[in-house]
Ligand binder design. Structure first.
Ligand code: ZN
Length: 157
C-alpha cells in the first residue's frame, strides 16, 4: 500500500511534469510576475475575474523546478471558480501551513483538495524549497491586489 509520503510525491511529480493551466488566459484582467532567484523559478500568473469578483479563469506561464511548477499547477486548479475573498483566505491558509501549521484550516476547500495542497508540506523543513513552493502564491496575491510589482522571493520570508 502506498503511504502518505509516496502519495504526496506522486501528486507533485504528476503536476510538475504535466502542469495544469500552463497557458495565458485570454482577456485576463489581472496579472503579476514572480521570480525566485535562489532557484531560478519564474512565474507569470494571469487572472480573469468576472463582474461579481469570481475567478472565471486563472493560468500561468513560467519555468522552474518541479516544486515551483507543481505548486503553481495545484494552486490554479484549486482557486478557479472561487470568489476573490475565498482565494485570499486559501492563500493565507496555505502560506501559514507551509511555514508553521500542521494542517489547513479553511472551510472553502474540500478534503481531497486539501490533500493536494498538503503534498507541498514536505518542503517545510527546507527554507529554500519553501520559496519555490510559495512563489506562485505570492504572485497571485500581487495580481489580485494589482500591485504592478514583480515579486522577488528573496525579499519575502
Ligand atoms: Zn525552485
Amino acid at each position: 500500500m502506498m503511504d502518505l509520503k509516496e502519495l504526496y510525491q506522486e501528486i507533485i511529480l504528476d503536476h510538475g511534469k504535466n502542469p495544469r493551466n500552463l497557458r495565458k488566459t485570454e482577456n485576463y484582467n489581472k496579472d503579476a510576475k514572480g521570480h525566485n532567484p535562489l532557484c531560478g523559478d519564474k512565474v507569470h500568473v494571469y487572472l480573469k475575474l468576472d463582474e461579481d469578483k469570481k475567478v472565471h479563469d486563472i493560468s500561468f506561464e513560467g519555468q522552474g523546478c518541479a516544486i515551483s511548477m507543481a505548486s503553481a499547477s495545484i494552486m490554479t486548479d484549486l482557486v478557479k471558480g472561487k470568489e476573490e475573498h475565498e482565494v485570499k483566505e486559501i492563500v493565507k491558509d496555505f502560506l501559514e501551513m507551509i511555514k508553521e501549521k500542521d494542517q489547513l484550516n479553511n472551510k472553502i476547500l474540500e478534503d481531497n483538495e486539501k490533500t493536494k495542497l498538503m503534498c507541498l508540506s514536505g518542503v517545510k523543513k527546507y527554507p529554500m524549497r519553501v520559496k519555490c513552493a510559495t512563489l506562485s502564491w505570492h504572485t497571485l496575491t500581487s495580481a489580485i491586489d494589482n500591485t504592478q510589482q514583480e515579486i522577488n522571493s528573496e525579499n519575502i520570508d
